[in-house]
Design a protein around this ligand. Structure first.
Ligand code: GLN
Ligand code: ZN
Length: 743
C-alpha cells in the first residue's frame, strides 16, 4: 500500500498563536517559558493532526521560532561575530537577534539579510559565511523535538535542508562549495545521532536541483551523498525537490545513493513517468501531487487514475504527498468562518490536505472510477500572448516625452513619492471601527477625505512636484483592488507565513475577473481638486495582483492576468477621463512569478509584460504612465523592465547602496525612459541628511542623464510616522533643488 507523508506543516498555528506569542515575548509581555510552551503546543497539535489523518509519518524539525534556514545556521554554528554577545547568552534571544537584530536580552545589532525562498512569498534569513567558516554541530533542539514526537507515539521523520541547498542559500564567500568539506562532518554526525534515536527516515530538501545549476554544483551531489549516506545504522534518506521540474537533474537525483526521491508533480506532472522509469529497485518514489501552495481541493479521482498503475508496480515504495511543504498554505479551513459553505466546499487548507492524502491512499486500493467528462481546458499561455501582441502605445517614448514635457512643465529632477503616506494609528482605528460597523460609511469617507486633504496640504508645503493622494483608503495594495473587482474571494483566516511573525492573507481568484465600477477615481479626483500640482493616480498592476493572490487551477495564470489587465485598463481610462494625467501602476511582484528555470522566462514575460502594457496602451500620449518596483537584483529581468515601456519607473536603490543602479546604467545605452532611483531607504526610521542626499543624487546623475532623472524615496511611506516623513521629504526636496541649481 502506498505510504503518506508531508514535507512540512505550517507552524503559525490555526489561530496565528505563534505570531501572537512571538510579538508578546518581544514586547516583554510574556516570559520565555510561556513562549516555549506555545511552541510545544503547536508542535503537538501539528503532529496530532498528521497522525489523526492517518499519515504514515509526521514531519519533525519543520517548526521554527522564525525561519527554518536560520535553524540550520544555528545548528551548524554559522553565527557571525556581531551576534556573539557575552558568555552566558540566552540562546533563544541570540536566535532572535540573528533574525531581527534585537531581542529582550543582548545588544541590538544589524539583523541577518532576508530574501525570498525560491519563487515563493516566504522569506528566509540568509546564512552569512566567511572564508574561514568553521562549522560545529549543535543539534540539541532537533533531537529534542524528535524525542518529543516519539514520546507522543509518532513516527518521526526529521526534515533537513540538504548540505548543497544550505550552502547555495548563503552569502559572504566567492564559492560556497569550498565550504562543503567542512560542513559534511556535521551532517554525518547528525544522521548518526538521528539513527541512534531510532529514526527510520530523514527528509533532505535539495530544491536547488530544480534550478539551472552550474556544472560544479551538479557534480558535487554525487560525492556529497556518497559521503553522508555511507555509515551503517543511519536512517534512510528521502531526497526532496520542489517548485520546479528537475529536467537534466532528474536522472542525477535517482542515481544518488539515497533511498527515495520526492518530486513536485504539480509543477512538473510530466516528470512522473520518467521518474517511475528511473526509480531504483530499493528506492521510494514520493509523488507530490497535492498543491502545497494553493487552497483548492485536489481532483483525487484524476490522481487515482494516474497513480493506480504506479501503486500496483511500486507498492509501498510509492509515497503520496503534497508538492512542497504546507508552510505555503493556510492552516485549517475549519477556522474559516467568513466564507459561505458553497465556497468552502471547493477549498482545502493544510489540515484538509492531510485528509486528502489519506483519501487518495484509500482510493488507490479501490477500482478507479471512469474518467468524467474532462473539465474545460483553459486557453494556453500562447493564445494569451498572441492576444497581447499589439499592446504598445501608439507613440514611442521620445514622442510621448516631448508632449508630456510641454504639458507638465516639470523642473529638472522632479520630486515625487511612491504613493502611500503614513497609516496612522487613528486611520487604522477608524478603518477598524468602520469594518466593525461602529461608525457609518459617511463618517469613514469623511475621515478619508480629511486624510487626503492633509496629505495634499503637506506635500504642497514640502514643495514636491508631483503629488499623490496618499492611499489612506487602502490597507493593502492587493486586497483593496481584490475587494472591488468581481471574481475575488477574501478569506477570514487564510494566513500564510511571509517571514518571522509576519503573515499575509492573499485573496483567492475564484472566477472570472471584471470591474463592476471605478475603484480609485473618486479619491484621485478629490485629491486633484485640492491642488494645481499634478496628482498621480495610483493602481496596483495586473501581475502583482495575480502573484499576490491564490490563482485558479482550472485556467492558466496568464488568463486571469489578462482579465485583471482588462479591468485595470478600464480604470486607467476612467482616471484619464477624470483629468488625472499621470498614472502609476505598481508592479513590485513582477519578479515573483518568474519561473526558476531560464527556459520558462520568455513565455512568462511575454504574457506578464504584455498584460502590463495592455493596462495602459490606450491612453493619450500626453498621459504619463509610471511604474514602481522594489527589490534587489534587476539584472536578469532588465529586458522585461525595458519592454514595460512605462514613461517613468521608480525603483528601490538606496537600500542596496545604489547597487541596483548598475543594471540600469550598464545596459547598452542605459535605461531608455525616465527613472527615479530611490535616494533614501524608507525601512529605517532614520531621517536622511540633506548633504547625504545631495551626494547620492550626484552619484546617480553620473549614470542617469539628468533629463530623465526623477527624485523620490525607495518605496511607499505607509509604515513611517508623519514626523519622519516630513523631515525626510523636506531634505529630499532641498537636495533636489541644490543639485538642480548646480546644473
Ligand atoms: N504605491 C505603493 C505604496 O506606496 C507601493 C507599495 C510597494 O511597492 N510595495 O505603498
Ligand atoms: Zn515599493
Amino acid at each position: 500500500m502506498a505510504q503518506t507523508h508531508i514535507l512540512g506543516y505550517p507552524r503559525i498555528g490555526a489561530d496565528r498563536e505563534l505570531k501572537k506569542a512571538q510579538e508578546a515575548y518581544w514586547r516583554g509581555d510574556i516570559s520565555q517559558q510561556q513562549l516555549l510552551q506555545v511552541g510545544t503546543d503547536i508542535r503537538r497539535a501539528n503532529w496530532q493532526a498528521q497522525s489523526d489523518a492517518g499519515l504514515d509519518f509526521v514531519a519533525v524539525g519543520d517548526f521554527a521560532w522564525y525561519d527554518q534556514v536560520l535553524n540550520h545556521s544555528l545548528m551548524f554554528g554559522v553565527v557571525a561575530d556581531r551576534f556573539v554577545d557575552g558568555a552566558a547568552e540566552n540562546k533563544l534571544d541570540q536566535y532572535f537577534r540573528l533574525a531581527r537584530g534585537r531581542a529582550p536580552s543582548g545588544q541590538p545589532v544589524a539583523a541577518s539579510a532576508m530574501t525570498k525562498w525560491f519563487d515563493t512569498n516566504y522569506h528566509y534569513l540568509v546564512p552569512e559565511f566567511d572564508a574561514e567558516q568553521a562549522f560545529c554541530l549543535d543539534s540539541g533542539w532537533l533531537l529534542a523535538e524528535v524525542r518529543e514526537a516519539q514520546a507522543q507515539a509518532h513516527r518521526a521523520k526529521p526534515v533537513l535542508i540538504g548540505p548543497l541547498t544550505y550552502l547555495w542559500l548563503g552569502r559572504g564567500v566567492d564559492n560556497a562549495l569550498d565550504l562543503l568539506p567542512n560542513l559534511l562532518p556535521c551532517y554525518k554526525q547528525l544522521l548518526a545521532q538521528l539513527g541512534e534515536l531510532g529514526v527510520a527516515w530523514v527528509q533532505m530538501d535539495e530544491p536547488i536541483l530544480g534550478l539551472d545549476l552550474p556544472a560544479e554544483w551538479r557534480s558535487a551531489f554525487s560525492g556529497t551523498y556518497q559521503e553522508i549516506s555511507a555509515a551503517a545504522g543511519n536512517p534512510k534518506l528521502l531526497l526532496t525537490t520542489y517548485f520546479s521540474p528537475l529536467r537534466e537533474n532528474l536522472p542525477l537525483a535517482f542515481s544518488l545513493p539515497v533511498d527515495g526521491v520526492h518530486i513536485d508533480c504539480v509543477r512538473a506532472p510530466e516528470e512522473l513517468e520518467s521518474a517511475v522509469a528511473l526509480v531504483g529497485e530499493g528506492q521510494v518514489l514520493s509523488a507530490g501531487v497535492l498543491n502545497g501552495r494553493n487552497v483548492w481541493r485536489a481532483d483525487l479521482h484524476k490522481w487515482q487514475r494516474t497513480l493506480k498503475p504506479l501503486a500496483a508496480q511500486l507498492g509501498d515504495r510509492l509515497w503520496l504527498s503534497a508538492s512542497c511543504s504546507l508552510l505555503h498554505s493556510p492552516v485549517d479551513l475549519k477556522t474559516e468562518t467568513a466564507l459561505p459553505q458553497a465556497q468552502k466546499q471547493k477549498l482545502a487548507y493544510s489540515r484538509q490536505k492531510l485528509a486528502e492524502l489519506a483519501q487518495l491512499q484509500q482510493l488507490l486500493q479501490e477500482e478507479a472510477a471512469a474518467a468524467e467528462a474532462g473539465t474545460e481546458q483553459g486557453e494556453s499561455t500562447h493564445s494569451v500572448a498572441e492576444k497581447l501582441r499589439d499592446t504598445w502605445r501608439e507613440q514611442c517614448y521620445l514622442e510621448r516625452a516631448s508632449v508630456q514635457a510641454k504639458r507638465w512643465q516639470l523642473p529638472l529632477l522632479p520630486t515625487t513619492t511612491i504613493g502611500s503616506f503614513p497609516q496612522t494609528d487613528l486611520l487604522r482605528k477608524v478603518r477598524r471601527q468602520y469594518r466593525n460597523g461602529e461608525i457609518s460609511e459617511e463618517d469613514y469617507l469623511e475621515h478619508l477625505r480629511a486624510e487626503i486633504a492633509e496629505a495634499i496640504r503637506r506635500q504642497e508645503i514640502l514643495g514636491l512636484d508631483v503629488l499623490v493622494h496618499g492611499e489612506a483608503e487602502r490597507n493593502d495594495m492587493v486586497e483593496y483592488f481584490g475587494e472591488q473587482l468581481a471574481g475575488f474571494v477574501h478569506t477570514g483566516n487564510g494566513w500564510v507565513q511571509s517571514y518571522g511573525s509576519r503573515c499575509v492573507k492573499p485573496p483567492i481568484i475564484f472566477g472570472d475577473i471584471s470591474r463592476p465600477q471605478a475603484m480609485t477615481v473618486t479619491w484621485s479626483r478629490y485629491a486633484q481638486s485640492l491642488t494645481s500640482k499634478p496628482v498621480k493616480g495610483m493602481l496596483t498592476g495586473p501581475v502583482t495582483i495575480l502573484n499576490w493572490s491564490f490563482p485558479r487551477e482550472d485556467i492558466h495564470r496568464s488568463e486571469s492576468c489578462l482579465q485583471i489587465a482588462r479591468a485595470l485598463r478600464e480604470e486607467v481610462l476612467d482616471l484619464e477621463a477624470a483629468g488625472i494625467g499621470i498614472i502609476q501602476i505598481d508592479e513590485p511582484a513582477l519578479r515573483e512569478g518568474v519561473p526558476l528555470r531560464a527556459a520558462g522566462h520568455a513565455d512568462y514575460f511575454a504574457w506578464a509584460v504584455g498584460c502590463f502594457r495592455y493596462t495602459c496602451s490606450a491612453v493619450k500620449p500626453e498621459t504619463q504612465i509610471h511604474t514602481h518596483m522594489c527589490y534587489s537584483n534587476f539584472n536578469a529581468i532588465m529586458d522585461a523592465i525595458v519592454s514595460l515601456d512605462a514613461d517613468v519607473i521608480t525603483i528601490e536603490s538606496a537600500r542596496s547602496d545604489l547597487r541596483l543602479l548598475s543594471a540600469f546604467a550598464d545596459k547598452t545605452g542605459g535605461y531608455p525612459n525616465e527613472i527615479g532611483p530611490g535616494i533614501y531607504d524608507i525601512h529605517s526610521p532614520n531621517v536622511p541628511e540633506r548633504e547625504e542626499l545631495v551626494e547620492r543624487l550626484k552619484k546617480i546623475a553620473q549614470v542617469v542623464p539628468v533629463e530623465r532623472l526623477w527624485v523620490n524615496p525607495d518605496c511607499g511611506l505607509k509604515t513611517r510616522s508623519w514626523a519622519e516623513v516630513g523631515s525626510s521629504l523636506l531634505n529630499m526636496v532641498a537636495a533636489a533643488r541644490a543639485v538642480r541649481d548646480e546644473l
